[in-house]
Design a protein. Sequence first.
Length: 202
Amino acid sequence: MQSKNLITIQKLVEEKIPQKEVENFRKTLPNYNVGKKLESKAEIEPVVAMSNANKRFDENLQRLIDNKLDETKPISLGNPWDILKEAGIPDLEMKVIAWKLKQKSNQPNHIYNLEDLKWLVEAVNDPIMVANSRTVKGSQLIVTELLDTKNNTKFTVVLRVKNNKINAVDSIYGRSKRQIQSAFENHEYTYVNQEKYDNYIK
């Protein structure tokens, strides 16, 4: 049995499954030390990790929409990818409390469809712009390409580091062209994809 488990871990590593998931599998084994020296290559992990995080987020989002999810629990968006880290966002897991998604989607000044948030993880990691918040010190705004179909705006994720442990999602809402253009013109951004910005603003 130990040999079979070791082969399984070797395959996980060879397929470049994120190290955290390799560790989670190892914890299910009778002998936790099996294959302990085998490690997935960190430089390969983000692509696989982002795909897995996107799938898990979308599944939890659908459960939330179907009223089958405990709304007090956090939903993970995974760790930030290279673009976000280069924009100054710490390499900490991004999380949002489920009830906050529902609350924000029903907020009178920016009501939106929760279904529009599918593929949010990939959109967050490949944004139009990352900017510092004007109103909340230490918060950063990630302007995505995801369309808020009710308001014809682009979804923006507001991140704040909480207890030096996670990137907490404080808000998600649609941001207008005028607001995005203002952040660009006032040089408030820490990252901008010029091509995506130009395509949206024109």
